[in-house]
Design a protein around this ligand. Sequence first.
Ligand code: SF4
Length: 216
Amino acid sequence: MSFTQEEEIDLSPESTAKAGVILSSLDWIYNWSQSNSVWPLQFGLACCAIEMIGTAGSRHDIARFGAEVFRPSPRQSDLMLVSGTVTKKMAPQVVRIYNQMPEPKYVIAMGACAISGGPFKQGYNVLKGIDRYIPVDVYLPGCPPRPEALLHALMTLQKKIKNQKTLGKNITNPAYKEGRRIYPVPVLSGDDLDPPYNPEVWTPPAKNPNVEDGCE
Ligand code: SF4
């Protein structure tokens, strides 16, 4: 691009693109690269995990979205896919693994079980939603959700990442807004796990004195 001092410089996107120059913001580049290289943690809890594994196969090919690098270590992952029933025995391990992930980190609650307990909601041993203990970014309903639905959840997460702000005012990127998020690992106390991150989601019903523990 050449110009004289008298000419005004045209910095419109069309003009700069013709000259081989792309003008952008740091936020855009950061979000674009991050949203297209999400590394999920390689772990599954129940039948929904089979659908998650199917998503990585050639028919659905999660690699098209840059998210095929399932990492065996939470320290190398930025997406936790809670795929399956979360029992009260397993929930502390899920929180512990979440705590080990570096920021920025995201969570997809995959399937009715991870969202609300699903078909086992009345079970004495099953959580009524993982969002009581860790923050969830995308809820994916279904029992089980098909691989296409998981890809849609991933695209929804990508949209969320693309809209986050890392610089300037009104920062929404969780890594810069709150610092590293580490939550207390819950322990079994009576019939429930304590302490919950988000107790508003569900509180245990009052005990019926006429019914034995675990039989309600
Ligand atoms: S939501 Fe359905 S398919 Fe998924 S873990 Fe629960 S019971 Fe299994």
